[in-house]
Design a protein around this ligand. Structure first.
Ligand SMILES: Cc1cc2nc3c(=O)[nH]c(=O)nc-3n(C[C@H](O)[C@H](O)[C@H](O)COP(=O)(O)O)c2cc1C
Length: 174
């Protein structure tokens, strides 16, 4: 992997920013993970995303970055409202399932749907519902800006943390 020490003048060419190096670099930044979901007919569809970020208080907005290869997002994007569940500390296996190639990812997962069809995962740390406000070019991803419609915070439920391709838990600073 190229490092600053190899190239102190910072003259690395973009060609050195290969996908494996970038995955490792981006993975050094710890995040939470959200489950994004909505009903299609009676069936819940959705996937896990660590690219969730808060954007604005007024109006209330968040964003996620969605791979252009995603087959699930085009189905979700048509939903009038989507649910975003911030996964909790014990939900690593559930997260893997929501990122899997399984046709019925929500089988075996506790979930609920709002009257508008947003799908929310039980025992999460936070529930949000939102509608798509705008999308922007993000290279091989699409940046999706979502306007929040509702917030339900489960105080005291610790979030799942994703870092260096592993699920972790928060610990208080000594
Ligand atoms: C921890 C974790 C974080 C992920 N974050 C994202 C993300 O931010 N954006 C994204 O498009 N896919 C993300 N994925 C991949 C999706 O969850 C899922 O695997 C992908 O959407 C599956 O393809 P499909 O959309 O064709 O069903 C993540 C997967 C994992 C395990």
């Amino acid at each position: 992997m190229a490092t600053l020490a190899d190239d102190p003048a910072g003259t690395s060419t973009p060609a050195e920013l290969d996908a494996a190096t970038l995955r490792q670099a981006f993975g050094a930044y710890p995040t939470g993970v959200v489950a994004i979901g909505a009903l299609r007919g009676d069936e819940p569809v959705g996937f896990a995303a660590s690219s969730f970020v808060s954007i604005s208080l007024e109006p209330p907005m968040v964003a996620v970055s969605v791979a252009r290869t995603s087959t699930t997002w085009p189905r979700l994007a048509q939903a009038p409202v989507v649910g975003l569940s911030v996964l909790s500390h014990g939900q690593g296996a559930l997260c893997r399932r929501l990122a899997s190639r399984e046709a019925k990812r929500f089988d075996g997962i506790g979930w609920t749907a709002t009257p508008e069809g947003a799908v929310l995962v039980e025992d999460a740390a936070l529930w949000l519902t939102a509608r798509v406000n705008a999308t922007y070019d993000g290279g091989d991803h699409e940046i999706v800006l979502l306007e929040l419609l509702s917030v339900e915070l489960f105080a005291g439920v610790e979030p799942l943390v994703f870092h260096t391709s592993q699920f972790r838990e928060l610990l208080p600073h000594a």
